[in-house]
Design a protein around this ligand. Structure first.
Ligand SMILES: [Zn+2]
Ligand SMILES: [Zn+2]
Length: 302
């Protein structure tokens, strides 16, 4: 799947032009006045929406690691979509496909098969993945409000951009939306690219997933990606107390407020170094297929 194939097509697509247009607009910051609160605004806007990407798109809609009410489910979907990463059903369906085919030839964003750029952003811009497999997301297709939001996903980021501009003026649009959204795209995309190439492996999963402390800070806990591939059904990706997982702390607060419930825990045996899927000595990635012994069927959604 070569990137070349997509370049002429991509450059003619409105969504791709918008994607690179928002990247370019960030440079306006060099030509206008600067205040540190602009940076604070961008960081706040980045992490607010990162929380909903990880806590909603990923841990709820993709993996159902907790339960909630129908109205809060709608709120979670809307807030996740302010990130401008397409619709909630599109996002979760493709993510479930990734877990079912991780680093196998059918994986839509494996750095092993498609190369680094394809796994990072190329697949998002590719015409091949504009549609999602509805069979993988039937459990949420039954909610018409989610189907509507998914179809007209642009409503959420446009509403967010207007709101942040009304509140903070033009710095809100530039720093709070354009710059924060650009970083948010790449922060999220690291999970498909860097989290499969950079870091350590605790579990001999059937893929190249890694655990990485720096990426866990960038993505509010998603950097514990090897843990996550070992057991996707847990609401926490940092399995141990020292593995910082801010999304999980946020989900705990939401559960104390009664907004979500039944957070699924990490099975105790996975915390045990004598568990047979622990890798005692770090294994080079080239050897990963050799140490793969089994799929973990209890954690694969399909
Ligand atoms: Zn992965
Ligand atoms: Zn996942």
């Amino acid at each position: 799947m070569s990137l070349k194939k997509y370049i002429p097509y991509q450059l003619t697509q409105n969504s791709t032009l918008l994607f690179w247009g928002i990247h370019l607009s960030c440079f306006i910051a060099f030509f206008i006045d600067f205040h540190w609160w602009y940076v604070g605004l961008a960081v706040g806007s980045y992490y607010l929406r990162m929380f909903f990407i990880t806590g909603a798109y990923h841990r709820y809609f993709s993996h159902k690691t907790y339960e909630t009410s129908r109205w809060f489910q709608f709120f979670l979907a809307f807030m996740a979509m302010t990130s401008s990463q397409k619709g909630v059903l599109w996002w979760a369906s493709h993510h479930r496909h990734h877990h079912a085919h991780s680093d196998l030839e059918g994986d839509i964003h494996s750095p092993k098969y498609g190369g680094f750029w394809h796994s990072h952003a190329g697949w998002v811009l590719s015409p091949d993945y504009k549609q999602h497999n509805e069979a993988l997301i039937r459990d949420f297709m039954k909610f018409p409000e989610l189907v509507f939001l998914n179809k007209y996903w642009q409503i959420a980021p446009v509403t967010y951009a207007i709101a942040i501009t009304l509140i903070f003026g033009w710095p809100g649009l530039l720093w709070g939306f354009a710059i924060a959204t650009t970083f948010l795209w790449h922060g999220t995309f690291t999970i498909n690219s860097l989290s499969h190439t950079w870091g350590k492996r605790r579990y001999s999963t059937t893929d190249t997933s890694r655990n990485n402390f720096i990426l866990s800070l960038v993505t509010l806990g998603e950097g514990w990606h090897n843990n996550h591939h070992r057991f996707q059904a847990s609401a926490r990706n940092g399995f141990f107390w020292y593995e910082i997982d801010i999304t999980y702390y946020g989900l705990k607060v939401l559960s104390w407020l009664g907004l979500i419930w039944k957070l699924r825990p990490v099975p105790k045996d996975l915390m045990d170094p004598n568990n047979k899927t622990w890798i005692k000595n770090q294994v080079p990635v080239e050897e990963v297929p050799k140490v793969i012994s089994e799929k973990q069927p209890e954690t694969v959604l399909s």
